[in-house]
Design a protein. Structure first.
Length: 534
């Protein structure tokens, strides 16, 4: 944000100018347990003034302000009309913040000299311990107190823990009270966090009492998040099992098993009712086959929060889904050829974890039993096709279809946790005289730590021809794929990962590669190398 103005000629060289801004909220947070906000920096005519100040959801009542003087506007020579002076706020989001709404902004001029706090306490307003699996060891963070006053000692007389979970935090390695800090000096304490026994976000407030001239008490917000680690034998979710059958009655008996992120439940298949479009309804109520009032669509939702579109589409996401859906679309048909499954990717998934999507249809109904019929299946992640078409045919009903993909295809670590409307989709085209295929099961497996990016070394750009050359560690005889990106976005998005070499057979343990004229017109470029699939 920028504000342009002329500086009145009545402003004096000795005056102090104070810029103040206040945002009254932090919005769109995908994880309410996060400490979220914006780190703000202040600029006058393009030059930064002072230090970064945070606007945080745990301290919404605090405004941010910076002092400066007429010299920052060019002095008395640039008073009056004609000079395009401006002040600017630049921000960087923290946590899962998506926006902050402006309350007010103002610029004040005072002829009174600024009297600095003396003594004056300076300390970080928030200490975020981070995310921890249940059962992890205790963690410790250091809190530093500084006296930015000029002549007087800062004396801290009391440290008290309060708030929601003070019993999980404890002060350790602190000097005996009172703590005396001379001007320009520091003192520190350590705060230990005891792991929680249940999955939850925890917080506490450390209240610091001192002889600071303007803030006798100061609150430091402490926070952490505890989660159940993903360890469900490699499966994130499934609907149905490999039993060559289904509960396709659409009633409340719910005879098909299902699973999501550690929880078992039961579902029922419903006769399809035609092709549907995103986002679908996360609360279908089913209905018997042939019942015109049956309620089902192409979109199946696992419990989660879906308020951020990730596929570049224009649909409105469904928001909070409090419970896993109990009904699913039971079959592919020529008139209803697609199926989608929506889910949040757990925060515990790592960047090197590999995903495998598997689907199996146990039948093909057709009009001509003598010919081979089926459905050609293509697989999509967040709207982008992954891999090649795979057929499901009546002459090989026992074969399931599966595709591998990575966390990058789901937006990377930036799109983990609640809020993001991730989905996988199967699209189909009937072949032969196929009419429908009944779903046996569908599942998504995660294999931890199986993806290892190969190390690229000695990258160089030739300024005479814009060629980019690099070496990478390789295994002689192994075939590699080289990909390039200018944005680190997933494949298919602007500047996303693009395959530029699909068959590079290593001739030595240090393999070289040249991307001809790649640097022409590109300010930045990224490369990655992976082993080609067999």
């Amino acid at each position: 944000m920028r504000w342009h103005f002329n500086v009145p000629e009545t402003v004096n060289a000795t005056d102090t100018l104070t810029f103040t801004i206040d945002f009254h909220n932090v919005g769109g947070e995908t994880n309410p347990e996060d400490i979220s906000g914006y780190d703000l920096t202040f600029w006058v005519n393009g030059t930064q003034i002072g230090d970064m100040q945070p606007h945080l959801d745990v301290d919404l009542s605090s405004a941010q302000s910076w002092n400066f003087d007429l010299d920052d506007f060019g002095g008395v020579e640039q008073l009056g009309e004609g000079f395009d002076h401006y002040v600017e706020i630049r921000s960087t989001p923290t946590g899962s913040a998506r926006w902050a709404s402006l309350d007010y902004v103002k610029l004040e001029v005072s002829s009174d000299p600024i009297v600095g706090d003396d003594p004056n306490i300076a300390v970080a307003p928030v200490v975020n311990f981070g995310d921890f699996p249940i059962g992890s060891e205790a963690s410790t963070e250091t809190i530093v107190f500084s006296n930015t006053g000029l002549t007087q000692d800062l004396v801290i007389t009391d440290l008290t823990l309060g708030g929601n979970n003070p019993d999980l935090f404890s002060i350790t390695n602190a000097p005996a009270l009172p703590i005396t800090i001379p001007p320009g000096a520091d003192a520190q304490i350590e705060v230990a966090l005891t792991p929680s026994a249940i999955e939850q976000g925890v917080s506490a407030t450390l209240t610091v009492t001192s002889n600071d001239t303007t803030e006798a008490t100061q609150n430091i917000f402490l926070a952490a998040n505890f989660f159940v680690p993903f360890n469900d034998e490699g499966t994130l979710w499934f609907v149905g099992t490999d039993d060559d059958g289904q509960d396709g009655e659409g009633d409340t008996n719910f005879n098909d098993p299902a699973f999501f992120n550690g929880a078992d439940f039961f579902v029922s298949g419903v006769q399809e009712s035609g092709e549907d479009f995103l986002p679908g309804n996360p609360a279908n109520i089913g209905g018997a086959s042939g019942n015109a009032a049956r309620d089902i669509d192409d979109d199946y939702y696992f419990a989660g929060v879906y308020n951020t579109v990730v596929d570049g589409g224009t649909y409105t996401p469904v928001g909070i889904v409090a419970a896993n859906e109990r009904y699913y679309d039971r079959a592919l048909t020529t008139g209803d050829p697609n199926m989608r499954w929506h889910f949040n990717v757990p925060n515990t998934v790592g960047p090197n974890d590999a995903f495998t999507f598997t689907i199996d249809y146990y039948s093909v109904d057709d009009n001509n039993s003598a010919g081979v019929s089926g459905f050609d299946l293509t697989f999509f992640v967040d709207g982008q096709q992954i891999g090649d078409m795979q057929p499901h045919t009546d002459d090989n009903l026992a074969a399931a279809q599966s595709w591998d993909f990575t966390l990058d295809d789901l937006g990377g670590v930036a799109e983990l946790g609640p809020g993001f409307d991730h989905y996988v989709e199967v699209k189909s085209q009937s072949t032969g005289s196929a009419r429908w295929a009944n779903l046996d099961y569908v599942k998504l497996d995660i294999t931890p730590g199986t993806i290892r990016d190969l190390i690229i070394t000695e990258i160089a750009v030739d300024p005479t021809n814009d060629n980019v050359s690099f070496n990478f560690q390789a295994k002689v005889g192994e075939v590699y794929i080289v990909e390039r990106s200018t944005s680190l976005l997933p494949t298919g998005q602007p500047g996303g990962w693009l395959e530029i070499e699909d068959f590079l057979e290593a001739e030595s343990e240090i393999q070289s590669f040249t991307d001809f004229r790649a640097a022409s017109g590109n300010e930045k470029y990224f490369y990655r190398v992976r082993v080609a699939e067999e």
